[in-house]
Ligand binder design. Sequence first.
Ligand SMILES: [Zn+2]
Length: 146
Amino acid sequence: MNNKKNRDRELRELLIKKKLGLLAEVKKAMGEKLDDDVRMTFDLLKDNPDKSVDELLKYVNARIIGNRSEEIDDIDSALNKLNEGMYGICEECGDDIPIKRLEVVPAALYCVPCQHEIDRKNNDEISRKDRSWIPVKDEYYLSEKE
Ligand SMILES: [Zn+2]
């Protein structure tokens, strides 16, 4: 069981390092984009005079840090799973997911062979149907996630 303990500790360090890196990136991006934000918000306001500045700023910010903050959410839920001792275990076959894979995809639920199998099935499924049923993701607003 020592192995599991070591692995979990290694995973925790990896996740925390990744999260700090992302937070630093977001901070940097927000600093650099501040001028752009103001300009973009002003342009949006011209075209959408009925919207509040607050609302538009949220939209602009969400566009800039949206991807990153989703990644941060992924890492937070990974850390939660880790605390429960459930992180990094393939949900399909129950094997440990290699740390190298988790480093690249912290939210990975399956080991590589199982993921391939699932992707293959999904692709078959989609190509048999009309692809237009795939829902477009809603605009992402950071504020709604706290
Ligand atoms: Zn598996």
